[in-house]
Design a binder for this molecule. Structure first.
Ligand SMILES: [Zn+2]
Length: 191
C-alpha cells in the first residue's frame, strides 16, 4: 500500500509520486526547537503533528546531552523550484541525486526536517553520520515517529544518495515498522 493521500502522515513523495504545484501543506506551525542561524521563517515550520513530535525528539536528545539543530523544514513549491535551479546550475543533472525537483520534495509536505549538530559545524553533510547525535537519531528517531528517509545503500530505491540529516515524520507505528525491518517508505507495504 503506497500512501497517496497527501493529507496522510505517511504520504509517499518521490520522483514518481509528485505533489501538485498548488498543494499546500495544512496546519503548518513554527517548530519550537533550536535552529541554526539565518533560517527563513517559513523553513522553521512543519505540520502540527510533526512539529510536536520533533520537539519531543529534540528534548529527549538533549536529555542525553545530544544537542541537535534544525536547518530546514517546510518549503513551498516555488522555493523548491528555486533551490533545484541553483543546484542544477552547479552540478547539472547529477543535482537530482541530492536535490529534488519542485513537487518531488518531502519538504513541501511539511513533514520533513533537516538537522545537524556542532561537531560538523552545523552543516548538512555525510560526516554527520559519524557523530554521536546521528547515532542516537538512528536508534531513537522512530520512537517519535521519524525515519531517516534516505539511508545508506538505498539510493537505488529512494532515488537519493545517503542523507543522514533528513528526517521524515511518518507517525510512530509506521516509523517503528520501517525501522525494525530496515525498509524505506518506497518499500513499505511491498514486502
Ligand atoms: Zn531534507
Amino acid at each position: 500500500m503506497k500512501v497517496k493521500d497527501t493529507n496522510c502522515m505517511a504520504v509517499l513523495v518521490n520522483k514518481e509520486n509528485w505533489l501538485h504545484k498548488d498543494y499546500q501543506a495544512k496546519d503548518l506551525v513554527t517548530v519550537k526547537v533550536n535552529f541554526v542561524s539565518d533560517v527563513l521563517e517559513m523553513s522553521q515550520k512543519m505540520r502540527k503533528e510533526a512539529a510536536g513530535a520533533l520537539e519531543k525528539l529534540f528534548s529527549a536528545a538533549k536529555r542525553k546531552k545530544m544537542l541537535l539543530y534544525a536547518v530546514s523544514g517546510y518549503r513551498s513549491y516555488e522555493r523548491q523550484r528555486e533551490l533545484f535551479k541553483q543546484n542544477k546550475k552547479k552540478d547539472g543533472e547529477a543535482a537530482n541525486r541530492y536535490s529534488a525537483r519542485a513537487g518531488q520534495s518531502e519538504h513541501q509536505t511539511g513533514l520533513a526536517m533537516d538537522v545537524t549538530c556542532e561537531a560538523v559545524d552545523f552543516e548538512l553533510c555525510e560526516d554527520f553520520a559519524g557523530t554521536k547525535e546521528y547515532e542516537w537519531l538512528r536508534e531513537n528517531a522512530h520512537r517519535f515517529g521519524f525515519v531517516i528517509r534516505y539511508p545508506r545503500e538505498k539510493e537505488e530505491v529512494t532515488g537519493y544518495r545517503f542523507e543522514p540529516w533528513h528526517l521524515r515524520y511518518v507517525g510512530k507505528k509506521i516509523a517503528k515498522e520501517l525501522y525494525e525491518n530496515e525498509l524505506t517508505l518506497e518499500e513499505y507495504g511491498n514486502k
